[in-house]
Ligand binder design. Sequence first.
Ligand code: ATP
Ligand code: MG
Length: 423
Amino acid sequence: MNGSLAHFESEEYNAAVKVVEVLVENGHLAYLAGGCVRDLLLGEVPTDFDVATDARPEQIKGYFRRTTSVGAAFGVMLVRDFRQTIEVATFRSDGVYSDARRPDSIEYSSPEKDARRRDFTINALFVDPLADDEAHQIIDFVDGVVDVHARVLRAVGNPEDRLREDHLRALRAVRFAARYGLEIEKHTKDAIRRHARELVGVSIERIGDEVRKMLVHPSRIRACVLIDELRLDDAIFGDVRPFDQSVMNALPESVSYPSALVALAIGRGHALEDTPDAICVRYRKALDLSNTDRDGMRAILDCLGSFVARWDGLSESGRKRLASRSWAMESLSILEAMNPGRARNIRAQIEALKIRFGGLNPKPLLTGADLIELGIPSGPAYKEILDAVYDEQLEGRVETQPQAIRFVEEMAKQSENENNMNK
Ligand code: ATP
Ligand code: MG
């Protein structure tokens, strides 16, 4: 075994074990289940510890003081008695899937049936945390332990049926295979390929959620390569484009979702022929991006375009403004991946700008409130005036507030003269 179950400790693990203890004291079967078992066996730190039990939701409610029912139709309860939120689900088998997403009905059942309704063997294991010796700790109805050790991702039961029931499993397969470096077993792979087109019917929220998890993880390249290899790209993004990993490959391990999306879009050959708007619209629609992620993607692409095409012709204030835009640094990381020499050059220039005239984005010497105080009639001209005086500040021609006020008064005088001349 890679990870040791016996020696794992965390507040959440301890809380989950206490939940198991209470259930067992009341005469029930109760195990840790699903993702946490997989993560422990693979030597990863689980994100959460779920409990599976033969106690029914009404019984669970009676054993603990703080419970909430979630997904009542699935018999899932949250238990909060031990300062953590532990999900407790009753063993169940899923009924027929008529919408390829959720079973029409569920039925409370045995641990074995509960294991068999799960998607992949590595996700279908239980651990009895109260067992005396390690040999009895793992409860495995689907030969999942063998697959964990062989690092194989295999559908539970007949892959064809399992992929037909819930098409999202194709993406879950990619995510798990990429994240843990697993080989997808041949029949499972064939079934994913065969059902690739049907992913189109899955809601974009669920697809987007999976893709986000893949892209924010350091294993993002493996995931993108698998998406291509399994021909899932058409169903996810609405077009077939071979993925070139070079830009993504040069990104740091930990990057924001918008940065990873831009690397994906460039890797799929986008940025070069499309406008940033068209790219963002496409990915927002395909992945149900939030406004924040969409705006981030858009800003990175905009900055990237400016660093590539406009930087050399910008004034000092223009460069400072660009360099201090949000997402500018993410955009430079992408540029670094595309053209390291140019990115290094721009970075060096930005470093130099940081120590000139108050740096990249000093506090403005004048604000709208100051203009009001100066008696300048408020209106659309304010932005123009403030921009102009800030440019002067960024370029070091205006260094104090009195100088800024004088500059504004000069500006006002000039525009008055121009108005008079136009009369
Ligand atoms: P992670 O939380 O890291 O994404 P996980 O395996 O815990 O991975 P969850 O979505 O939290 O994934 O689901 C918990 C468990 O429920 C899984 O381990 C799996 O056994 C089962 N499960 C989840 N989604 C499906 C599905 N679409 N089909 C079948 N079983 C599923
Ligand atoms: Mg989970």
